[in-house]
Design a protein around this ligand. Structure first.
Ligand code: ATP
Ligand code: MG
Length: 357
């Protein structure tokens, strides 16, 4: 029997994503972003995002189906981000997913957006190795996970105690007068700067921090340190070398992320590292992880940059893993959860024996 065709719907933030996956094969990945509507506010405005999802939902579903040369009748199951994310935005995707699932009489999986950021690598490199360590670095989250099975067994080894890595990129970019979202801007600007120009702090890497926060991150002190450095130059009327600031800031983030991810693999005795989330698109992070993993005999898997930021393919990829491993779907009454913990892969899962659609 061929694997199920799964349609994935993503609306947790500002991207309306619809992906279609069969097994580990990506059949379509349609994304409509409202990022330009938020740019002038310097961050995502929840009400604007919700309205944009509402307008983009049906056209994006049709576009994905057309790209995959399929019709709704071909869809065997639906997966949708149930959390974490912006409540109003999540509700649009979940309402659409439930409507399609009910009318098509197919099962629906309400899934975890963060687990989907990790599962998306199935589309690039095939089924995930088990166990694996996952470095999850996105706009709202930064965690190190132990993934024994992405469909039901995810353990948090550590997380940020303040800002997420992507959030730090966005805040420092704003400070440097760069447009939102700042990560890609800093990545680009840093290529023309010196990474060793300024020695910015590496959060939670001192010996005493490694005892209590071995696999945790902190980027708030770094952000403040960059702000102080820039403001002191501005006060003295000295031109701020923004490429050097960008490169040195980026280096501090990447140094900590890569060092701690490799340390977690070594502590857990795991030889596979999977990286996901928007910051995984960062060119310097990708290069540094490749070098450090190679030094320590760790097999590194990072999906292509377009799959790292939010999209529907990642939700479909996780949905396909769930469907293919026979996991039960969510009850149709399932709810969204803006703070869904990464350890809960599927919400309101039916007990076996109940009808899945
Ligand atoms: N090349 C890059 N370098 C660094 N950061 C990047 C790059 N590309 C994107 N980012 C950052 O990734 C973040 C967006 O990632 P993502 O779409 O996964 O976040 P999110 O969905 O908003 O948050 P979450 O997944 O935690 O809910 C932004 O903070 C953005 O600046
Ligand atoms: Mg995300």
């Amino acid at each position: 029997m061929s694997p199920a065709i799964v349609m994935g719907i993503e609306t947790s933030c500002d991207e309306t994503g619809v992906g279609i996956v069969q097994g580990t094969e990506l059949l379509a990945d349609a994304v409509a972003s409202s990022i330009e509507e938020h740019a002038r506010f310097g961050g995502v405005v929840p009400e604007v995002a919700s309205r944009a999802h509402l307008e983009a939902m049906t056209p994006t579903i049709h576009r994905a189906l057309a790209d995959a040369r399929l019709t709704l009748g071909d869809v065997d199951a639906i997966a949708v981000t149930a959390g974490p994310g912006l409540m109003g935005a999540l509700l649009v995707g979940v309402a659409a997913a439930k409507g399609y699932a009910f009318s098509l009489d197919v099962p629906v999986f309400g899934v975890n957006h963060l687990a989907a950021h990790v599962a998306v690598d199935r589309l690039e490199h095939g089924p995930l190795p088990q166990p694996a360590v996952a470095l999850l670095v996105s706009g709202g989250h930064s965690s190190i996970l132990r993934v024994d099975d992405i469909t039901h067994d995810v353990t948090a080894l550590g997380a940020t105690i303040d800002d997420a890595a992507g959030e730090a990129f966005d805040k420092v970019a704003r400070l440097l007068g760069l447009p939102f979202p700042g990560g890609p801007q800093i990545d680009l600007l840093a290529k023309g700067g010196r990474a060793d120009a300024i020695n910015f702090p590496r959060g939670l890497t001192a010996a005493h921090d490694l005892q209590n926060h071995r696999h945790d991150f902190s980027f708030s002190g770094l952000k403040t340190s960059v702000a102080r450095w820039v403001q002191s130059r501005q006060r003295e009327g000295i031109e701020v070398p923004i490429a050097d600031v960008a490169a040195s800031f980026q280096e501090a983030v990447i140094d900590v992320l890569s060092r701690k991810a490799v340390q977690a693999c070594r502590d857990e005795g795991i030889e596979h590292l999977v990286v996901g989330g928007g910051v995984a698109a960062n060119s310097r992070l990708r290069a540094e992880l490749a070098a450090r993993c190679s030094d320590h005999g760790i097999m590194l898997r990072v999906p292509r940059p377009a799959l790292c930021t939010d999209n529907g393919a990642m939700v479909a990829a996780l949905g396909a893993a769930l469907a293919d491993s026979g996991k039960s779907a969510s009850e149709l009454s399932f709810t969204t959860s803006s703070g869904l913990p990464v350890t809960q892969v599927v919400v309101n899962q039916m007990r076996f024996g109940q009808h899945g659609g």
